[in-house]
Design a protein around this ligand. Structure first.
Ligand code: ATP
Length: 516
């Protein structure tokens, strides 16, 4: 199965098994807006908890808040979003499709980089043991040509975007001979800037109503509360404020399922530090966040850093943690050194002092900030795409059909265990319900007695339940049950009394947090 097929199947599976539905589907859906179903919302809540506890509970100097989505409109002038939260868009006149001009260029660069890597791999195969990679990269004409082109296109792109020279962006697209993937033509419009913020009105009488925005990021709710939290929490620098919440962006090109949505959720932490110490903390948070991702167990090689070529208006260093999605490595989390841009500007725009008195240096200053910002929906997608698996099932050495299994890490799986009576009679359902009642306070459990036991196991595999507990006739005699493991499909017999301890060890969030 190639990655494109996998992605299509995953989208269908997510809908069929209650993870993710198109929003207002009975009206044919709303573009790039999705609803989380009964399992999707459990998964999302578990990921939130993992993040919140890693940030707020494990760090004495980080606290969490929950700010409103609506904010005073001046907030977005101060933050730079009214003036500069734009994406350059371009339309293809033949297909009438709209693209982000910078994304077209980045994809072009990625293709060239891919060519370079393929050439290196060819060399590695050809020269086998005697292969000297550094020398190959420095001398192979194909590698050199493409690497030079990468540098040239990237330099021109960064220059044009930094100067906001939209004509130069268009010219670069023409010079690179980039075609529309739908029409295959180079019949492009001008490049225009498009502000991504959603506007709405607040107030009861339309003439009086003022324009306000749906927040495009959660960070500003933290900045405007900097002093409130610092004073009431008696926080000492360095300290952090964390928040999980919705953000809204009128994305130009919203494809790729929940990767790019118009309403999505962010988990952000702003870390307030002494000016001049930003690079130390930037490196610290880069490493800390990478560790958090890897502890989930989706495979270390699926993550990489990507340094920004063009820094946002507020940053003096920035990188992404990228994940290997079915459509390639793409941004999962951003780590930005935001200097004193935000607090400094809020100070200017509000006329309030947003400073900190540092008892160690006896100085007043506007703190610098290092931010970590991860998309919750992108995390859900990384977990689902990495977990989806179709496999042939063997029974007694023979092929016995296929199964679809979501190998979601146990600690964040929506349902932790399903309790099932082998048959619907002889007192087995009562026994199974008794077990369920004793475990449901600690774990999200399900009871299932419908259909054959094989079908029930498949159903639980498809939603990613790591354990199934089966009650049979022997259970009535000796108080034992079988536990069936989702991934290996192995079964073991254990006492009912030991169930809670076994589950605790296997599915507790603690196993993740202890790795950090
Ligand atoms: P991109 O370059 O993909 O548009 P960005 O650099 O604009 O993303 P940030 O402003 O750094 O994103 O936002 C922080 C995080 O929020 C991103 O790493 C991503 O996980 C998430 N995010 C941003 N935009 C969206 C979106 N439209 N849908 C889902 N998640 C998003």
């Amino acid at each position: 199965m190639n990655q494109e097929e996998l992605f299509k199947k995953l989208i269908a599976h997510s809908k069929e098994y209650g993870y993710i539905f198109p929003s207002s589907e009975i009206y044919d859906g709303l573009s790039a807006v999705y609803d989380y179903g009964q399992y999707g919302s459990e998964l999302k809540n578990n990921i939130k908890r993992y993040w919140w506890e890693a940030m707020v509970r494990l760090n004495e100097n980080i606290v969490g808040i929950d700010a409103a989505i609506f904010m005073h409109p001046r907030t977005w002038e101060a933050s730079g979003h009214v003036g500069a939260f734009n994406d350059p868009l371009i339309d293809n006149k033949d297909s009438k499709k709209r693209y982000r001009a910078d994304v077209l260029l980045e994809e072009y660069i990625a293709k060239l980089e891919d060519k370079v890597e393929k050439e290196v791999e060819k060399g590695r195969k050809k020269f086998a043991e005697g292969f000297d990679e550094a020398q190959f990269r420095a001398t192979n004409p194909n590698v050199l040509r493409n690497a030079e082109k990468v540098n040239e296109v990237r330099a021109r792109m960064v220059d044009a975007l930094t100067k906001n020279d939209l004509e130069a962006v268009r010219q670069l697209i023409l010079d690179c001979e980039i075609v529309c993937p739908i029409s295959g033509t180079r019949n492009w419009t001008e490049v225009r800037q498009f502000n991504l913020m959603f506007e709405t009105k607040m107030g009861s009488v339309s003439e009086d109503a003022g324009t306000i925005y749906l927040r495009p990021e959660t960070a500003q709710g933290i900045f405007v509360n900097f002093l409130n939290v610092q004073k009431t929490g008696r926080m000492k620098i360095p300290f952090g404020i964390a928040q999980i919440g919705k953000a809204f962006r009128n994305e130009i090109v919203a494809r790729q399922f929940i990767f790019r949505m118009r309403e999505f959720e962010q988990m952000e932490m702003q870390f307030f530090i002494r000016p001049g110490e930003e690079m130390k903390w930037y490196e610290h948070w880069k490493a800390t966040r990478m560790k958090w991702h890897k502890a989930l167990g989706l495979g270390d090689s699926n993550y990489r850093y990507h340094n920004h070529d063009k820094l946002a208006h507020y940053a003096n260093a920035a990188c992404d943690i990228e994940f290997n999605f079915p459509f390639g490595f793409k941004e999962l989390e951003g780590i930005h050194s935001r200097t004193d841009f935000d607090l400094g500007n809020h100070q200017k725009f509000s006329g309030r002092k947003l400073q900190y008195f540092d008892p160690e240096t006896n100085e007043n200053y506007v703190p610098y900030v290092v931010e970590t910002s991860v998309g919750l929906d992108r995390l859900v997608l990384s977990v689902l795409s990495n977990s989806y698996c179709e496999e042939k099932v063997q029974k007694d050495g023979e092929e016995a059909g296929e199964r679809v299994v979501l190998r979601i890490p146990a600690a964040i799986a929506p349902v932790k265990l399903a309790v099932m009576p082998l048959v619907k009679k002889d007192g087995l359902p009562e026994k199974a319900r008794e077990i369920l009642s004793s475990l449901k306070y600690d774990f999200n459990c399900q009871y299932d007695e419908k259909d054959s036991i094989g079908k029930r196991y498949r159903r639980q595999d498809a939603i990613g339940t790591p354990f199934c507990v089966t009650v049979d006739h022997q259970s009535l005699e000796d108080n034992t049950v079988t536990i069936r493991h989702r991934d290996s499909m192995e079964q073991e017999r254990v006492s009912i009394a030991s169930l809670r301890g076994i589950m605790e060890e296997k599915v507790s969030m603690r196993t993740l947090l202890e790795q950090l």
